[in-house]
Design a protein around this ligand. Structure first.
Ligand code: FO1
Length: 319
């Protein structure tokens, strides 16, 4: 594999927004993105990889900017028709988006591996950055809740995070192998960024694939994280809620549901951590973990802010 300059670990919307800035300040061919696939779900016989699609659609410039997922201007005729057949259509699959899932499922059935399918998808959509799933094996993020075991997408979208989460299981993770290129892109990168994604069900899932966390500890590349929490809350998603419910297992205190708590979860491999101006008071505490802290504006309102944040991250890893 040709050496890439920057490798990013990514979940969905937050990561994609950061990467939109990154591809504008470093050549996109020089970027490898390792994406969470624990959120993947099969619906209507189709294989859906939401985080991968969010990253690819965003970098291809076709994402629905407002929602952060799906395709800009998409229609939902197919879903409406499925509803008439009696399907519970809680997962909003647009007509154009469905083409991606049909294509992916078709190729997987023909025997291509997920990483090969994703490579074809990003090339067809004109994305030059390399997009790699964390694994080609099936891993499912299951929320163990007071109402039973629920797939992550069902917990997030259908049930709107209303259930109390007792535990998170990454079903299949013990046997999962990093996809081709994952370990190499960590070991051979000049620098690594941990995108502002959910530390439990996005980055946490990637880190749980056997071998990935060890390679982050071993690589000579500098590693910078961007806090997904600002003043204790995420821009999007249930990161704070999950950190609070799972505090004991994560070995953090409930009061540590903050950029500090996230830094603690990554302390064994992080060189530097970017936190928001609003969290400047956490600097000393995080530095006491042995992590360099950079304080800046991390709210990515527009392209300018995304590029500024990417520049700060690149400086931190010496690229
Ligand atoms: N997120 C929602 O909040 N509601 C949806 O109906 C929904 C559908 C959807 C379809 C395709 C896709 O690629 C993503 C979709 N997402 C939807 C986003 C996604 O479920 C989550 O944001 C991520 O999995 C969390 O990273």
């Amino acid at each position: 594999m040709a050496l890439k300059l920057v490798t990013a670990l990514a979940g969905g919307v937050g990561a994609a927004r950061f990467l939109e800035g990154l591809i504008r300040v470093v050549k996109d061919e020089e970027i490898s993105v390792i994406v969470n696939t624990g959120d993947d779900i099969e619906l209507y016989g189709l294989q859906i990889s939401p985080d991968v699609d969010i990253v690819i659609y965003t970098l291809a410039g076709i994402v629905d900017d407002e929602k952060g997922w799906g395709i800009k201007g998409d229609t939902f005729h197919c879903l409406e028709a499925l509803q008439r057949y009696g399907y519970d259509t809680w997962f909003m699959l647009g007509d154009r988006d469905l083409a991606t899932h049909i294509h992916r499922t078709h190729l997987l059935k023909k025997g291509f591996r997920l990483s090969e399918v994703i490579d074809k998808e990003r090339i067809a959509l004109g994305v030059k950055a390399r997009i790699i799933p964390m694994t080609n094996d099936k891993v499912e993020t299951i929320m163990v809740t007071d109402k039973g075991d629920i797939h992550f997408q069902e917990y997030l979208i259908k049930r709107k995070t209303q259930d109390e989460v007792l535990k998170v299981i990454f079903k299949g993770i013990e046997k999962a192998k990093p996809a081709p290129g994952v370990i190499d892109s960590i070991m051979k990168a000049k620098g690594i960024t941990i995108c502002p994604s959910n530390p439990i069900v996005s980055i946490g899932t990637i880190l749980s694939v056997p071998g990935i966390r060890d390679s982050l500890r071993e690589t000579k590349a500098k590693i910078v994280g961007i806090s997904p929490l600002i003043a204790g809350a995420p821009v999007k998603g249930p990161a704070d809620k999950l950190m609070s419910s799972l505090a004991m297992q994560l070995q953090i205190e409930k009061e540590e549901v903050s950029a500090y708590g996230v830094a603690k979860l990554y302390r064994d491999f992080l060189d530097a951590f970017i936190i928001d101006n609003l969290d400047a008071n956490l600097k000393e505490k995080i530095e006491a973990l042995g992590i360099k802290v950079i304080i800046t504006d991390t709210i990515m309102k527009g392209l300018k802010e995304k590029m500024e944040l990417a520049k700060v991250a690149l400086k931190a890893i010496g690229v």
